[in-house]
Design a protein around this ligand. Structure first.
Ligand code: NAD
Ligand code: TYD
Length: 341
């Protein structure tokens, strides 16, 4: 039987990287291509254990490079595309929105054109709950797939724009697509500019934790392994053209998250430093995952089991994140926070 060819874009990043490892192990009879530009957020050292597997290969390329992508698809004739590659950090989108439009919108359109050209079997567009905008603090309100798209940051606006293009390619050309919209992820290999790994790495170094505003903003946290199993299910069983929300009802204020990490690591809350709020800071995200559950998905981690596993991973893999925080990241942190933390 012909081996299925799966193209994963952004497979050197956090979620794409976890997904590549999940797929390489779970489906030895598939061939996994990891295409990534290796921006500041891309890192291949995480794939040392699988880089010699005969069902894995890496290609350094830009998804917005139309000429390359069109001829690459023509040559390889992929069965499935799982599209993670993106600029993903809200704070960076506030300081430099342009690259978000180039990568997230134009890059996605190039991939859609190439997928249409070769008659792909499935295109999975990995999106975010942030396209729905924000919820108020009423704990009974949730984002469903019917919630209007109302993005507030340049990041979420660029993701929403790409979602609309993906939808349009289904409606206009019949491209077999799914869009997944997941809540905030955490887990192994999370880049330490995001709240959870930033907090873990800084607590371990006895450095101050910058909490934006009053710390009462709410995020809905999902362990990355549960996001991977959700995408796997949608890839194989998702109904073409459908959107699936992904989340596990793990709502926490940012302050609760930071305090939980400090407490597990046996340090003091005096490490918390309240700093100027993010511009346009969304108040609350919370996902209703009923539609995906009906398809057969359920998360395996609670926030408590997931955060404990993640902290253990950061303790056991200190060399990985120390190498990351010594590079471009250092310059970014210095420019982002105007005072010594
Ligand atoms: P990430 O920033 O860790 O990784 C992004 C990857 O994309 C990096 O490896 C980077 O090198 C690559 N990339 C960037 N520009 C590229 C280009 N032009 N061509 C090829 N590769 C390029 O991001 P992540 O947190 O792993 O998020 C992955 C996807 O999941 C994104 O689309 C994001 O919107 C979505 N998402 C993220 C979360 C979250 O909590 N992190 C939640 C829901 C959805
Ligand atoms: P982040 O990890 O950047 O994810 P997103 O903005 O996509 O939700 O931030 C999660 C929450 O943590 C968000 O409400 C902003 C807040 N935050 C801080 O309070 N301090 C920080 O240093 C960072 C990076 C985030």
């Amino acid at each position: 039987m012909k081996r299925k060819k799966i193209l994963v874009t952004g497979g050197a990043g956090f979620i794409g990287g976890n997904f590549v490892q999940y797929m390489v192990k779970k489906y030895p009879h598939y061939y996994i291509y990891n295409l990534d530009l290796l921006t500041y957020a891309g890192d291949l050292t995480k794939h040392r254990a699988i880089e010699k597997n005969d069902n894995y290969c890496f290609i350094k390329a830009d998804i917005a490079d139309r000429e390359f992508i069109m001829s690459f698809f023509e040559k390889e004739k992929f069965d499935y595309v799982i599209h993670f590659a993106a600029e993903s950090h809200v704070d960076r989108s506030i300081t430099n929105p342009s690259i978000f439009v180039t990568t997230n919108v134009l890059g996605t359109q190039v991939l859609l054109d190439a997928s249409k050209e070769i008659g792909i079997t499935k295109f999975i567009h990995v999106s975010t709950d942030e396209v729905y905008g924000e919820l108020d603090f009423n704990p009974k309100t949730f984002f469903t797939e019917e919630t209007p798209i109302q993005p507030n940051s340049p990041y979420s606006a660029s993701k929403a724009s790409s979602d609309l293009l993906v939808r349009a390619y289904h409606e206009t050309f019949g491209l077999p697509i799914n869009i997944t919209r997941c809540s905030n992820n955490y887990g192994p290999f999370h880049f330490p500019e995001k709240l959870i790994p930033l907090t873990i790495s800084r607590v371990l170094n006895d450095q101050k934790i910058p909490v934006y505003g009053d710390g009462k903003n709410v995020r809905d946290w999902l362990h990355v392994a549960d996001h991977c199993s959700a995408i796997d299910l949608v890839l194989h069983d998702g109904v073409n053209g459908e959107v699936y929300n992904v989340g596990g009802h793990n709502e926490r204020t940012n302050l609760e998250v930071v305090k939980t990490i400090i407490s597990i690591l046996g340090k003091s809350d005096t490490l918390i430093e309240f700093v100027t709020d993010r511009l346009g800071h969304d108040k609350r995200y919370a996902i209703d995952p009923t539609k995906l559950q009906k398809l057969g998905w359920n998360p395996t981690y609670t926030f408590e089991t997931g955060i404990t596993q993640t902290i253990k991973w950061y303790l056991e893999n200190q060399a990985w994140w120390e190498q990351i925080i010594s590079g471009e990241y250092k310059t970014y942190i210095e420019s982002q926070y105007s005072f010594e933390l």
